[in-house]
Design a protein around this ligand. Structure first.
Ligand SMILES: Cc1cc2nc3c(=O)[nH]c(=O)nc-3n(C[C@H](O)[C@H](O)[C@H](O)COP(=O)(O)O)c2cc1C
Length: 358
């Protein structure tokens, strides 16, 4: 792929939305599918693992060109690593090669997977703030050299929130353009209560816009989080998989649309979404069983909003082919008058008990 003409990108500093990066989910086809229902203001790629020998993964960076062209929203490339020269080398390569389409570089300071944090990267870095300082300073410089955004995605700490105040100082000292705060510690994984008070503190202490992240599940929830934190933006992950209209709804909310006029998807729309997901994860060379397994990564989130008893989830988790998934979806989303039934704005809490809903 040839180097492209450099371009500067901006994002609204107030009232913006972002799609949270999610491994194996936030691929280009998914971003495209989401954008058809209302794109966020910014996309972030799933993380690119960086070490001394790593090279740019064209499939990730190439996603930026396609995403911008197809959705109009710029994309940040997320890196994860602790080797400063390697991070700078990869950031430099991404920003040179995709200068016309990549908005900037995001650093992951939150991944809670043991195989990641044990290597002192992602969430593991929250135990080593001097290293974080080194990384942020080096990445800020290389992003500035390219005229690009430099952003941070972090959790509140590793075991507890003790490192958070110093982390915020480091982010401020290194002039990040945006910080997305997932209001949990690394130990809190994906289920502990989200500490929105800590996000409110981050808003007060930051000189850049703060995006609140963690269980922004609906417009009603977003209003509460905005009121409590005064954050400038909202980042949604799993709830955007369940409800891909969430960015359209949040945009309408930010524009002052009265609550009763905000778009409400129907179960029939959810059926169409599942059909498109089937196409999005299909490949000629991939078996039906494998396509079904890929679809289940998304259906595990979608299913938390379909029926309170979890009968849809129970059935699709056992399906062995896309045809079977579509047949089950027809039964739960189209039969009788179901297609016209509103899709519930929130997931059913009892169905979210599994870690990550994964
Ligand atoms: C399946 C999955 C994969 C994820 N992959 C990443 C990742 O690559 N980089 C990252 O910063 N966060 C990752 N996350 C965390 C999300 O970006 C987000 O911070 C988290 O899910 C909380 O937001 P939510 O409640 O809106 O889902 C992942 C989360 C999930 C569920």
């Amino acid at each position: 792929m040839s180097e492209s003409t450099p371009r500067r990108f901006a994002f609204p500093r107030e009232g913006f939305t972002m799609l949270a990066p999610m491994q194996d989910i936030t691929t280009f086809p998914f971003m495209q599918l989401l954008a058809k229902r209302g794109a966020p203001d910014l996309f972030v790629t799933e993380f690119l693992r960086v070490n001394a020998t790593s090279q740019i993964d064209d499939s990730v960076a190439e996603c930026a060109e396609k995403t911008l062209a197809a959705t109009g929203s710029p994309l940040l490339v997320q890196l994860i690593g602790e080797d400063v020269p390697a991070l700078v080398r990869i950031a430099d390569a991404v920003l040179s090669r995709y200068a016309g389409s990549v908005a900037g570089i995001d650093i992951n300071l939150g991944c809670p997977m043991p195989k990641i944090f044990r290597k002192n990267v992602g969430g593991g870095l929250l135990r080593d703030l001097p290293k974080v300082e080194e990384i942020l300073s080096a990445l800020r410089k290389i992003c500035s050299d390219h005229g690009k955004l430099f952003t941070v995605k972090c959790r509140l700490g590793f075991d507890d929130t003790t490192p958070f105040p110093r982390l915020l100082e480091i982010i401020r000292e290194n002039r990040a353009d945006l910080v997305a705060v997932h209001g949990r510690t690394v130990r809190g994984l994906y289920r502990s209560p989200v500490d929105y008070a800590a996000i409110a503190d981050a808003v007060k202490k930051s000189s850049c816009p703060v995006a609140a992240n963690g269980e922004i599940s609906s417009v009603a929830k977003a209003r509460g989080v905005l009121a409590q934190t005064r954050c400038a933006g909202l980042m949604c992950g799993r709830h955007a998989v369940r409800n891909p209209w969430i960015f359209r709804q949040l945009r309408e909310m930010f524009a002052g649309t009265p609550p009763h006029e905000i778009f409400v998807p129907k179960l029939g729309d959810v059926f169409d979404y599942i059909r498109e997901l089937g196409n999005c994860v299909s490949e000629e060379t991939v078996s039906e069983a494998r396509v079904a397994a890929r679809m289940k990564k998304f259906l595990n989130f979608i299913g938390t909003g379909v029926d309170a008893e979890g009968a849809f989830l129970h059935a699709v988790r056992r399906a062995e082919s896309p045809t079977e998934i579509f047949r089950i979806s027809e039964k739960f989303l189209l039969a009788g008058t179901l297609a016209e039934t509103p899709f519930p704005p929130e997931p059913f809490p009892a169905l979210c008990a599994r870690p990550n809903c994964e």
